[in-house]
Design a protein around this ligand. Structure first.
Ligand code: HEC
Length: 165
C-alpha cells in the first residue's frame, strides 16, 4: 500500500486542456448544426418565390395523352377513373396539390417510379413515370406547353409543386 499522494498538477492541466478543447468542439458543432438547419429553409423560401413551378409550362400535351392511356390501364383500378380517387387517394384536386406543395416534381416522380403501382412497384419505365406525371398535372388543370418533361432528376427537382394562385 503506497501512501505517497499522486501528483495532481498534471491532472488539472489535462482537465483544463480537455475543457477548452470541448468548448471549441461544441461551439463548432452547434454552428454547423444551426447552419445546416437554416440552409434548406432559406433555399425553400427562395424556390417558392423565384423558382420554376408546375405552372410555368413544363409538359407537352402529347405526353399527358400517353400518360392517360397508361393511367387507365395501370393506375385506375385503385385510383379510380381519371384518377379521381377510389380505394387509393385521388391524384387530382386542391387537396392533392396542397399535400404536395413545397415539394418538387422530382419528389412526385420518385414516389411514382419507386412505389407505384402499389401491387407491382418498380415496374414502370422512367419515361412512363414522366408521362404519368404529365397526365397528373393535366388532371390538376396545369396547362401544357411546348416544353417537354424529361427524365432528368436534377431538372425535375427544380420544378416546385404548388396550388394555382
Ligand atoms: C394496387 C393499388 C394501386 C395501384 C395499381 C396504384 N396505386 Fe398509387 N397508391 C395506392 C395507395 C394505397 C396509395 C396511398 C398510400 C401511399 O401513398 O403509398 C397510393 C398513392 C399514390 C400516390 C401518392 C398520393 C398522395 O396523395 O400523396 C401517387 C402519386 C400514386 N399513388 C400514383 C400512382 C400511379 C401513377 C399509378 C399507376 C402507375 C398508381 N399509383 C397505381 C395504390 C395504388
Amino acid at each position: 500500500m503506497s501512501t505517497t499522494p499522486r501528483p495532481r498538477n498534471n491532472n488539472w492541466l489535462a482537465s483544463i486542456i480537455v475543457g477548452v478543447l470541448w468548448s471549441c468542439a461544441s461551439l463548432l458543432i452547434s454552428t454547423i448544426v444551426s447552419q445546416s438547419r437554416l440552409e434548406p429553409v432559406v433555399l425553400a423560401a427562395a424556390g417558392q418565390s423565384n423558382g420554376r413551378s408546375i405552372w410555368d409550362g413544363v409538359y407537352q400535351d402529347e405526353q399527358r395523352r400517353t400518360g392517360a392511356q397508361l393511367g387507365k390501364s395501370t393506375c385506375a383500378q385503385c385510383h379510380g377513373d381519371s384518377l379521381g380517387g377510389d380505394s387509393a387517394p385521388p391524384l387530382s384536386g386542391p387537396d392533392f396539390l396542397a399535400a404536395w406543395t413545397g415539394k418538387s416534381l422530382g419528389d412526385l416522380y420518385e414516389k411514382i417510379q419507386t412505389t407505384m403501382p402499389a401491387d407491382a412497384p418498380g415496374t414502370l419505365k422512367p419515361q412512363q413515370s414522366i408521362d404519368l406525371l404529365a397526365y397528373i398535372l393535366y388532371l390538376n388543370e396545369v396547362p401544357a406547353s411546348d416544353s417537354r418533361l424529361e427524365v432528368d432528376r436534377p431538372a425535375l427537382n427544380q420544378i416546385q409543386i404548388r396550388g394555382k394562385r
